[in-house]
Design a protein around this ligand. Structure first.
Ligand code: NAD
Length: 443
């Protein structure tokens, strides 16, 4: 190969545009969805990363993104195709870890953001994992149980080239549960010819699951909610709580807050919104949802228009459903003093700024909902050692990890005078990029 006369031998002339850190072609720089929000969050933290900031472009792209076709036979004999994804955002600190979501609106961009937030979360609580996430673009409410099982098994088989107990470990997320994890574990095990319980977490107890895992995310939301409330002088025992989302995370958090004396005054889910100024009967509402599938039509409450949820008089607001719910359009109306993000990515950066100016404390997703992955880590450790812990032991260790991580983040927030979200990103990005720096680049 001949070289242009003004270049060094061995160093061909280069078009700088092709050697920049510009995003890969499939990542839109103006993404307005969760991935775009995540990128803005990384930009906000970069000035605090010191010499590690030279690695920051690593965080702005996923390590691996897999799109798979998930064809299944429907019960009537016809064939339907669904789109599935598994993204490993970063594995510098350990194997990928993150849930699998079944939802009709799942996109690759959303799964990339959820995978990236897992990298941040796992580093924030210092569990030895990278970040990953998966999803299938399907509405499971429109599938029979048999069809749901076939979607799960085919999806698991298709992402089998990425997952494994030392490679990438899925867990439940929106619309997936212990049964889905059991099918995933079985499918992977059948393909491998071994019973590999540690390939997923959030499994049933009889298949290597951990006591306390199902409740862990809601318990973590409650535990850190108590810490944050104490720091701003808010008495939880007399607080009014509003929740968006009443599934695994929201349902458990509501139970724990009600048990601590708080009044759960409003709940919104995919089916509707309800309100009761004097406090809802949480156990009765849980039973209603288990029976009817939604909080809508709960007799002992007033129905509320969905948008009116954001004006409800309350002290604590817990988004526990989907992304981008608290936006510039409603952040100014929220009456709560404390927002605890059970959901991933519920608040846009513009809403974050409005809430910050109004003095509302936001306990960000990347630490507030880390209880689930923390107990997933405990489950994985128990599976590897085939030695299982009592529920008290699990909960005690969970509290220790969550409170320790929160204390560090609170101190960093005070030191740099930044929000808890930026503080969490400072702690987490520093850990990830320090690992990257130590490992160096291969080859
Ligand atoms: P889930 O499927 O058990 O519950 C989801 C809830 O959100 C349901 O009550 C549903 O009705 C409600 N919902 C869905 N669409 C809605 C809409 N448009 N408006 C209002 N409500 C709506 O899911 P989950 O496991 O409780 O997850 C909830 C959130 O918490 C997600 O953001 C998830 O990523 C996050 N999260 C979950 C875990 C976990 O361990 N399950 C861990 C960390 C974070």
């Amino acid at each position: 190969m001949s070289h242009p006369p003004d270049s060094q031998p061995g160093t061909p002339a280069r078009n700088p545009a092709l050697f920049s850190s510009a995003l890969p072609s499939y990542l839109k720089p103006d993404d307005l969805g969760p991935w775009g929000i995540y990128l803005q969050q990384v930009d906000r933290v970069t000035p605090y990363l010191g010499r590690l900031s030279r690695w920051v472009d690593t965080l702005k792209r996923p390590k691996r993104s897999l799109i798979v076709d998930v064809p299944i036979h429907l019960d009537d004999g016809s064939v339907a195709h669904f789109e599935g994804y598994r993204v490993q955002h970063n594995t510098s600190r350990g194997p990928g870890k993150g849930g699998v979501r079944f939802h009709q609106n799942v996109t690759l961009s959303e799964v990339m953001a959820l995978a990236a937030w897992m990298s941040i979360k796992n580093a924030a609580v210092n569990v030895p994992y990278g970040g990953a996430k998966g999803g299938v673009r399907v509405d499971p409410r429109q599938l029979s149980l048999g069809e749901l099982e076939r979607v799960t098994r085919r999806y698991t088989s298709e992402i089998g080239i990425l997952i494994g107990p030392n490679k990438d470990i899925p867990a439940p997320d929106v619309n997936t549960n212990e049964q889905v994890m059991a099918w995933m574990m079985d499918t992977y095990s059948m393909n491998e010819g071994t019973t590999t319980t540690g390939v997923v977490t959030g499994k049933p107890l009889d298949l290597g699951g951990s006591l306390g895992r199902r409740e862990a995310t809601g318990r973590g939301v409650f535990t850190l909610g108590l810490e944050a409330a104490r720091l701003i002088g808010l008495d939880v025992a007399s607080a009014r709580v509003a929740l968006q989302g009443f599934g695994n995370v929201g349902g458990v958090a509501a139970q724990l807050f009600a048990h601590a004396g708080a009044q759960v005054v409003a709940v919104q889910d995919h089916g509707g919104c309800i309100y009761r100024a004097g406090g809802l009967d949480v156990p009765a509402l849980l039973a209603h949802v288990a029976h009817c599938g939604s909080v809508a039509d709960f007799a002992a409450a007033e129905p509320l228009a969905n948008d009116a949820f954001w004006d409800v008089p309350c002290d604590i607001l817990i988004p526990a459903a989907l992304e981008q719910q608290i936006t510039a359009a409603n952040a100014g109306r929220i009456q709560a003093r404390l927002i605890i993000e059970g959901a991933n990515g519920p608040t846009t950066p513009q809403a974050d700024d409005i809430l910050h100016e109004r003095g509302v404390l936001v306990l960000p997703d990347v630490i507030a909902n880390a209880g689930g992955v923390t107990v997933s880590y405990f489950e994985w450790v128990q599976d590897f050692s085939s030695f299982f812990w009592s529920e008290d032991e699990v909960n005690e260790r969970l509290m220790k990890v969550m409170k320790g991580a929160f204390a560090t983040i609170w101190q960093v927030a005070q030191q740099h005078r930044v929000s808890l979200r930026t503080a969490t990103f400072i702690v987490a990005c520093s850990r990830i990029l320090h690992a990257r720096d130590l490992r160096g680049l291969y080859p």
